[in-house]
Design a protein around this ligand. Structure first.
Ligand code: GLN
Length: 293
């Protein structure tokens, strides 16, 4: 950038043009996010303050961020954050970036838990912790025990719980699915819900994911085995040991697998339903364990 007064407007114009040339499919959105991250202005303020000059520091932060975005890094990894429901979730390389459809998983879990006084919730495959932390944030009496097989994810999820000031009610453990919870016999039959966004991309479809995902996000967070439901099946089998009678299972799944998996799950759980995501695609499968007789 040339050595003259650079305003927000100048920077926006330059970044949009530059990123467009580098093949960014949403250059304006990227420019706004990057500017907001480099200046500390909110996205609304970026709009309202077009004449604000940028400091030398802001310009150098911005140059670095634009270069990373131009090289194909997901915007959320460049800025280090992703808005999710009421929170801003911090993300870093090696950890799956929260997706908007997962906001619906939280919604469905909360709906199913309505009326439960102090819900105890398990969340395997927590990743950034977006689901666990949101549940604790939005359900002020809930306690959440989350797990992840990735150390990086465990650290990120713990950090996100602290940022959201729910660290006392969110415990994040390192381990395979619900294994760390099953290891504690006092937890058997103690949970009101198991909520998860497991890896669910059918293995044969992994190679067809966008470059940006394949190059920058952990494949372990995506690979759902042969039919995309293998991890979900293991979670459900473990859930049966952890849930109370009438406990809730809510899972996010691939849109083309949710219906078939719901059918399969009807053999194990009752009141199984498929809930669509915000784009109208089958996405969440929810059911309950048998009531005590
Ligand atoms: N919806 C995700 C994607 O397509 C997949 C998430 C997952 O496997 N849990 O990137």
């Amino acid at each position: 950038m040339p050595e003259r007064v650079w305003t927000v407007r100048d920077a926006l114009g330059w970044i949009v043009g530059y990123l467009e040339g580098k093949g960014d499919p949403h250059p304006r959105r990227s420019a706004e996010w990057l500017l907001s991250a480099a200046t500390g202005l909110s996205r609304v303020e970026v709009y309202a303050c077009h004449d604000r000059p940028l400091s030398t520091d802001e310009r150098s932060r911005l140059r670095e961020a634009v270069a990373r975005r131009a090289a194909g890094q997901p915007l959320q990894l460049v800025t280090g954050e992703m808005p999710f429901r009421h929170l801003v979730i911090h993300v870093r390389p090696g950890v799956f970036i929260p997706r908007p459809e997962t906001e619906v998983l939280v919604e469905v879990a909360m709906r199913e838990l309505r009326g439960v006084q102090e819900p105890l919730i398990a969340e395997p495959c927590t990743g950034s912790g977006c689901v666990a932390v949101s549940l604790a944030y939005e359900l002020p009496t809930a306690r959440v025990m989350a797990t992840d097989a990735s150390e990086e994810a465990v650290l990120t999820a713990r950090q996100n719980a602290l940022y959201a000031k729910v660290g006392e009610r969110v415990q994040v453990m390192h381990g395979d699915l619900l294994g760390p919870l099953l290891a504690r016999t006092e937890l058997r039959g103690a949970f009101d819900a198991v909520v998860s966004n497991p890896p669910y991309v059918p293995r044969g479809q992994l190679a067809g994911l966008p470059r940006e995902v394949l190059d920058h996000e952990p494949v372990a967070a995506l690979d759902g085995g042969e039919d995309g439901c293998e991890v979900a099946r293991r979670i459900v089998a473990q859930s049966l040991e952890l849930l109370k009678p009438g406990g809730v299972v809510a899972l996010e799944l691939a849109e083309d697998r949710a219906e078939a998996y719901a059918e399969e799950l009807s053999g194990v759980l009752r009141a199984v339903q498929v809930v669509k995501d915000l784009a109208g695609r089958d996405r969440i499968v929810v059911g309950k364990t048998q009531e005590a007789s």
